[in-house]
Design a protein around this ligand. Structure first.
Ligand code: NVA
Length: 309
């Protein structure tokens, strides 16, 4: 692996190895505390962040490295300076680049022109670090940690078809996890991403169900949701209509009961009483903070892989 840009760049064996490495680092952090000794990672953020910023910064510190945060004062990538110049300049100083950007094209441009590894920390199409952390969490919950076999797990995502659902759908397809995507009409995943997932499921044997009918969600083990309005898509004038359109897709105790699921996941930040009720978010069924912690261990597995292979 020379970059970590999108979920479909890895095969099942590589993904399982990363999941197992993340769990190993989580249990034995001291074994990895020199992997990034003397190395610096530049972190570009075009959008706000809590978990991604903190988990990369502190995770890099746990690996013995140094993280530099480059916030929005530098403006949109490609406006003040070309993406290619950003990549080439940062490559002069940094040993890796972590980037949260508006457009997947920016991630690809950074990777094309940087001479150091680039990690996608969220773009419009994917959130691969989140999905990797989520499959680490599912492995802890459902699998023998030494053999990250999740082929018996049924995972449903209910809400906006977005970067988080794309990454989950693709990784589930690679790993052989049955995945149901439930979105309102008009908010489905992009056709090419669905097609990509279909091809991958035909290889892994997983079942992929795409529906707009939340009442037809079927039996599930885990329900996942994310904000109905992603960063960059905010439009106050359309918000009331959008909330009404999404209301039947709220993840709440009734949906958990109808689907037989007893675990709920959310990448956060949560918009309580919109996509998820406060009562469910705060309930025993919620693993949202386990997911948050695993961001750091999953990302550290990616960094260890990039710097030791
Ligand atoms: N879909 C959300 C994820 C936030 C972590 C967004 O892009 O804003």
């Amino acid at each position: 692996m020379s970059n970590f840009l999108a979920d479909d760049q890895l095969n099942k064996q590589q993904l399982l190895a990363l999941i197992e490495l993340a769990i190993h680092i989580k249990k034995n952090p001291e074994d990895y505390n020199q992997v990034l000794a003397g190395k610096s990672v530049a972190m570009i953020f075009e959008k706000p962040s809590l978990r991604t910023h903190v988990s990369f910064d502190m995770g890099i510190n746990k690996l013995g490295g140094h993280a530099l945060y480059l916030g929005q004062q530098n403006g949109k990538l490609g406006e003040r300076e070309r993406v290619s110049d950003y990549a080439k300049n940062l490559s002069c100083f940094a040993d890796a680049i972590v980037a949260r950007v508006f457009s997947h094209d920016s991630i690809q441009g950074l990777a094309e022109h940087a001479t150091v590894p680039v990690i996608n920390a969220l773009c419009d199409l994917y959130h691969p670090c989140q999905a990797l952390a989520d499959f680490v969490t599912l492995t802890e919950l459902f699998a023998n940690e030494n053999v990250a076999d999740l082929s018996n797990v049924k995972l449903a995502y209910v809400g906006d078809g977005n970067n988080v659902s794309n990454s989950l759908m693709i990784m589930a397809a690679i790993l052989g996890v049955d995945f149901t995507l439930v979105t309102p009409v008009g908010y489905e995943a992009q056709a090419d991403i669905i097609e990509k997932a279909r091809v991958l499921t035909s290889e892994s044997g997983a079942k992929l169900t795409i529906t707009t009918d939340v009442n037809n969600i079927g039996p599930q083990d885990v329900i996942y949701t994310d904000t109905w309005i992603s960063m960059g898509d905010e439009d106050e004038s359309k918000k009331a209509k959008l909330l009404a359109h999404f209301a039947p897709y709220q993840v709440n105790h009734a949906l958990m009961k109808n689907s037989d699921a007893n675990i709920v996941m959310h990448c956060q930040p949560a918009h309580l009483e919109e996509e998820i009720t406060t009562a469910l978010f705060d309930s025993e069924m919620s693993v949202v903070f386990q997911q948050a912690e695993n961001r750091m261990w999953a990302q550290n597995a990616v960094l260890v892989n990039l710097f030791t292979n």
